[in-house]
Design a protein around this ligand. Structure first.
Ligand SMILES: [Zn+2]
Length: 321
């Protein structure tokens, strides 16, 4: 069974799945203090709007999204549960911490080598999210998430990776690592997780698709990991480059190692929507079904390979324990 915000489902019910998305990116401390500023968070309105956006992709053939919003990105699962109640798209939620360097002070100031000492409780929090549910929603996390970005494996990131690996060993939950492809941080993530006893076949290297370096990508895949070709629509790597990379890897036999996604949000208070619409006009959920998949087919990617990337690979990642 796979845990979703709509309840547990059989892995045959996952269908076409976007493996790296977000519903809401929120800044609660900003909302507490400047509630009337332009970001305009209104629970009911934003929940309805998100459900409409998800219904739109459901009509385009997407059945499930994995929401990788964790601590540090404004995770608020009551809102996700409210969206899930209004849409037929299944939403898998996740646990973990999003940081590139230092841990959030709540965790950084506690733990064995911290200023104030004590025990390190990150793994305990993650396991609780997976086994008991998040907050008081009863929604259980189905994915672990952390990041190895440009700064690499700092003291804080090393502690986080240890906690993620520990929760993974306790629960069997798969891991997605946000990585910085420019600095080939996927290799650092693999080394650190392997050193902590994690089977790399349980690990998605997120944002691998920002790279066009097929040697780098094949090295990651040959070590066993899944490649997150997961920022379609984010234009710092162009549509042309993102598509050509997937086509190139399919031609070399790697369709069985890739998952496709956008890293998009229904509502994200940390970006200016007008500027995003201008610079990244395709940074939205319908982009893969309406633009990317037709272009992949046009360039010789078979329907079978597309089913592998959209259905079979997500199922293999989420269903294995
Ligand atoms: Zn993301």
């Amino acid at each position: 069974m796979i845990e979703t915000a709509n309840g547990a489902i059989g892995d045959d019910e996952l269908g076409a799945t976007l493996m790296h998305e977000h519903v809401f990116g929120l800044s609660p401390e900003i909302h507490w203090n400047w509630p009337d500023l332009p970001e305009d968070w209104d629970f009911d309105r934003r929940v309805r709007e998100a459900a409409d956006k998800l219904d739109e992709v459901k009509a385009l053939g997407i059945d499930t999204i994995v929401d990788l919003t964790v601590i540090g990105l404004g995770r608020y699962v009551p809102a996700i549960a409210a969206v899930a109640a209004l849409t037929d798209v299944r939403i898998v939620v996740s646990t973990g911490i999003y940081t590139y360097d230092a841990l959030p002070p709540y965790f950084a100031n506690k733990g064995p080598e911290s200023m104030f000492g004590g025990s390190d409780r990150m793994a305990e929090f993650f396991v609780r999210d997976i086994t008991e549910g998040i907050g008081r929603t009863g929604v259980r996390a189905g994915m672990l998430k952390c990041a190895v970005d440009r700064p690499g494996v700092t003291t804080g990131i090393a502690r986080l990776l240890t906690a993620i690996a520990s929760a993974h060993h306790d629960t069997g939950t798969p891991i997605t690592v946000h990585t910085d492809s420019d600095n080939r941080r996927g290799l650092d993530a693999q080394r650190e997780l392997r050193d902590r006893g994690v089977d790399l076949e349980r690990v998605v290297i997120g944002h691998a698709g920002d790279s066009t370096d097929l040697d780098y990508l094949r090295t990651l895949a040959d070590a066993g990991s899944w490649l997150g070709m997961d920022r379609f629509g984010v234009e710092f790597t162009s549509f042309e480059d993102r598509v050509a990379t997937v086509v190139g890897l399919c031609a070399r036999g790697y369709a069985g190692r890739m998952v496709l996604s956008h890293d998009a949000y229904c509502f994200n208070d940390r970006v200016d929507p007008d500027i995003v619409a201008q610079r990244h006009p395709n940074y939205r959920y319908p982009h893969i079904p309406t633009d990317v998949l037709p272009e992949l087919r046009r360039r010789g990617v078979s329907d079978e390979q597309i089913t592998t990337m959209m259905v079979d690979n997500p199922r293999a990642i989420l269903a294995s324990r």
